[in-house]
Design a protein around this ligand. Structure first.
Ligand code: PMP
Length: 452
């Protein structure tokens, strides 16, 4: 057995992969050995374009010299010391930088290790905030249908993508789930009406239940894992206004949308929204190391400040929180945003791909193409006219991405939505190549499935 096959056999024997049916993995194993720029290479030497930024987080491509060097430099000082009751230099410097680049009202940084944990922290903070202020009836959360905030028990309790959550229902706490203004699947053609109805539904809920609602949690400007559903203009702003009016905290989850993904550093900038809490992760280290953070306003922070005996302390913190190597990577990453003018280039690239993606509309089973910045979902449907989906068991999104893999590009689907989220540094030429592969893969897959 050659070395590559040996790795494959070992991976089948011992590993259990996240969000993966291992029977699928066994049929189509993949082991990445190296990366360079927007390419990943597997153990057999096959190269793939990284069409999903290694799960929505890579920014500058793989093996970016500046980030590599920053990690090596930090390694020569120290790799890790705890943040429980102490801090370190990179974590302190990064906190200052994060406060500079996030909305003005956010002044405090609570670190963690993953997007889901940043969400758990936001939920616990919002809950305890009201308790600390003496309003302990405010314990519930409001979320949008099809919203996604991670896979831990708190995060799934405020999530609403049925396929991920149904199994765990008995474990979850109840949240209010309000309608989302979906542009593709709605009863009216006028999205402005749909948006206003959704905002009215929220206002009615708030008017009736504000005494028991701690916070509203929502992704920034686009629902990611729920199918890449872009929010209509004014929707997030409308929610911010309602939260203020009814004394409810606003948590914006920028885990997927932060760090330039939507064409702004943070998606809340599209509408000048200032959340009380904001979760960030993924792109924070350029896609290198597991750092996340929950940003809060000073108002939230102050509610936790006092004598230890008052039990206002925030009881949360994991072993690796504020890891120096991760923070050093994040600092180098943020420097690159300035040096390489990433945000402006994302806007140009977004315009470029919007035009190129139009050619996918020709395909018989492309129902909708949704995009904000470099965050794209292509929804495949059985019937374009009626928007009838393919039968669930057909797994058309899964097979389309497997075909993409054959053709030299990696991604993961969201049901029948093919995801396209390349690293922000992908060149125009590489973007075009990726779109060509996607088109070819969708065409071949849907032709086979649609044949009676
Ligand atoms: N929130 C959002 C909006 C996400 O898209 C995700 C992951 N895709 C998460 C939270 C969870 O992040 P992580 O995988 O780092 O836990």
């Amino acid at each position: 057995m050659n070395e590559a096959n040996n790795w494959v056999e070992k991976s089948k024997k011992h590993l259990w992969l996240p969000f993966t049916q291992m029977k699928d993995y066994e049929e189509n194993p993949l082991i990445i050995a190296e990366g360079e720029g927007v390419y990943l290479t597997d153990v057999h030497g096959k190269k793939y374009l990284d069409g999903y930024s290694s799960l929505w987080l890579n920014v500058h491509g793989h093996r970016k010299r500046e980030i590599d060097e920053a990690i090596i430099e930090q390694l020569q000082k120290i790799s890790h010391s705890t943040l429980l009751g102490a801090t370190n230099i990179p974590a302190t410097e990064l906190a200052e930088k994060l406060v500079e680049i996030t909305p003005e009202n956010l002044t405090r940084v609570f670190y963690s290790d993953s997007g889901a944990e940043a969400v758990e922290i936001a939920l616990k903070l919002a809950f305890q905030y009201w308790r600390n202020l003496g309003h302990s009836s405010k314990q519930k959360f409001v979320t949008t249908k099809n919203g996604y905030h991670g896979d831990t028990v708190g995060a799934i309790s405020v999530g609403a993508v049925d396929i991920f959550h149904t199994v765990y229902h008995p474990l979850m706490f109840d949240s209010y789930k309000v309608s989302f203004p979906n542009a593709y699947r709605n009863e009216h053609s006028d999205l402005e009406d749909v948006k206003n109805e959704c905002l009215l539904e929220i206002e009615q809920l708030f008017a009736e239940k504000h005494e028991e609602i701690a916070a509203f949690i929502i992704e920034g400007m686009i629902q990611g894992a729920g199918g890449m559903n872009v929010m209509p203009d004014g929707y997030l702003k409308g929610i911010e206004q309602l939260c203020k009016k009814y004394n409810i905290l606003l948590i914006v989850d920028e885990v997927a949308t932060g760090f330039g993904r939507t064409g702004k550093m943070f998606s809340v900038e599209h509408e000048n929204v200032q959340p009380d809490l904001m979760t960030i992760a993924k792109g924070i280290t350029g896609g290198y190391l597991p750092i996340a953070a929950t940003m809060t306003s000073e108002k939230v922070y102050e509610a936790f400040y006092g004598d230890y005996t008052e039990l206002k302390t925030f009881f949360h913190g994991h072993s690796y929180t504020g890891n120096q190597l991760g923070c050093a990577a994040a600092l180098a990453n943020l420097e690159l945003y300035k040096k390489e003018d990433i945000i402006n280039t994302v806007q140009n690239k977004a315009d470029f791909i919007a035009e190129k993606l139009q050619s996918l509309q020709e395909l018989e089973h492309v129902g909708d193409i949704r995009q904000l910045g470099l965050m794209v979902g292509v929804e495949l449907v059985k019937d374009k006219e009626t928007k009838e989906p393919f039968p669930w068991g057909d797994r058309v999104g899964y097979y389309a991405t497997l075909k993409m893999r054959d053709l030299g590009m990696l991604s993961r689907p969201l049901g029948d939505v093919v995801v396209f989220m390349p690293p922000l540094a992908t060149t125009f030429e590489e973007l075009e190549q990726m779109i060509t592969i996607m088109k070819q893969a969708i065409k071949e897959t849907t032709e086979v499935l649609a044949t009676p």
